[in-house]
Design a protein around this ligand. Structure first.
Ligand SMILES: Cc1ncc(COP(=O)(O)O)c(C=O)c1O
Length: 348
């Protein structure tokens, strides 16, 4: 089976399994797990922030960040295609008492600065409006197809946020993909934001975990919310050990996934009745649409699985294929061939 549904299906590398077996452990709720402490220090250094916090998932990382930035009743200004808005069970509202304020998302995942400015409502001058609490960006952008926000765009959002004294949070679940695609350091893409969450468990192939990075006082607050949410894990060095390998061994190879995604995208773009915006294929995600009435998405996904290829269904005719560790160039060529054959069968 060639599983293109997500980079979260990646399994740990042999080096990770070895590191897990040999990890030095302690009680991380007491900040005494040496492996966790090492991972957090490494993450903070790579992202150019004062401190970092290991959390169970990207969702938890985004949630503790929102809770730490925003008081109840404040607005989380977010793109209308953001993962935080679509796929995180509304935790920011349900648990944090915050209000989502969605703004339009551009083709490459950017939120126009003019739209952000309109969304920022100064509480003091308007008793009807909820006050702005935080601006959230996403890099790379999942529902836009793994597109990358540039350092200069991030700079323009920073300037706006400074004018309104607002914090900026980055959902950087795949920020290492963004940096590899741009040929820059991750720190160059996180300098402009106050906090960032990134995942170890996606393209970096670790089994579990995300890190939140930011100023020391912010991370202290996030640590408290992590405990409140039940995310204080004891001998979490088991997770951290694989995370250290993820950050030291698995970053450069993301370029292979990006090259594979381009090959996949070019192959798919040739199928008649399949719509794919090649300019959005910048990292390891390939999003496409069905524009052939004879093919329905559920049927296509099911038939492909029978034929040995699994892809993700984003709904409303949008499908997603993701390249990742464990998939070779040959797998990608095979996937293009199988998808082409199934496509022809369904449209014939
Ligand atoms: C952009 C983005 N943010 C956040 C998450 C949430 O991560 P997790 O599944 O670890 O909660 C994901 C997961 O796919 C994601 O793609």
């Amino acid at each position: 089976m060639i599983d293109l549904r997500s980079d979260t299906v990646t399994l740990p590398s042999p080096a990770m399994r070895q590191a897990i077996a040999q990890a030095e452990l302690g009680d991380d709720v007491m900040a005494e797990d040496p492996s966790v402490n090492r991972l957090e220090a490494l993450a903070a250094e790579l992202l150019g922030k004062e401190a970092a916090l290991l959390v169970a998932s990207g969702t938890m990382g985004n949630l503790v960040s929102m809770l730490s930035h925003c008081r109840r009743g404040a607005e989380v200004i977010v793109g209308d295609e953001a993962h935080i808005y679509h796929y995180e069970a509304g935790g920011v509202s349900a648990l944090g008492g915050c209000v989502f304020h969605p703004v339009p998302t551009g083709r490459f995942g950017e939120l126009a600065v003019a739209d952000l400015e309109r969304a920022v409502r100064p509480a003091a001058s308007d008793i009807h409006a909820a006050p702005a609490g935080v601006v959230c960006l996403e890099n790379t952008h999942n529902r836009c197809g793994g597109t990358v926000l540039s350092a200069s765009y991030l700079e323009s959002v920073r300037k706006l946020a400074d004018r309104f004294e607002l914090p900026v949070h980055l959902d950087g679940s795949r920020i290492f993909n963004a940096a590899v695609a741009r040929g820059c350091t991750v720190a160059e893409l996180t300098r402009q934001v106050d906090s960032v969450q990134f995942c170890l468990s996606k393209g970096l192939a670790a089994p579990v975990g995300s890190l939140v990075c930011g100023r020391a006082a912010f991370i202290a607050q996030a640590r408290r919310y992590r405990k409140m949410l039940g995310g204080g894990m004891r001998q979490a060095g088991i997770i951290a050990a694989a995370g250290i390998v993820a950050l030291t061994d698995m970053v450069e190879r993301l370029a292979e996934d990006h090259a594979n995604a381009r090959i996949l995208a070019h192959g798919l773009a040739e199928l008649p009745g399949l719509r794919l915006d090649l300019e959005t294929v910048q990292t390891n995600l390939v999003i496409f649409r069905i524009a052939d009435e004879r093919i329905d998405e559920t049927g296509l996904v099911a038939r492909l699985a029978e034929a040995g290829v699994r892809i993700g269904d984003l709904g409303r005719g949008r499908l997603r294929a993701v390249t990742h560790y464990g998939l070779t160039r040959q797998h990608i060529h095979d996937a293009v061939r199988i998808i082409g054959a199934v496509w022809q069968e369904l449209s014939g």
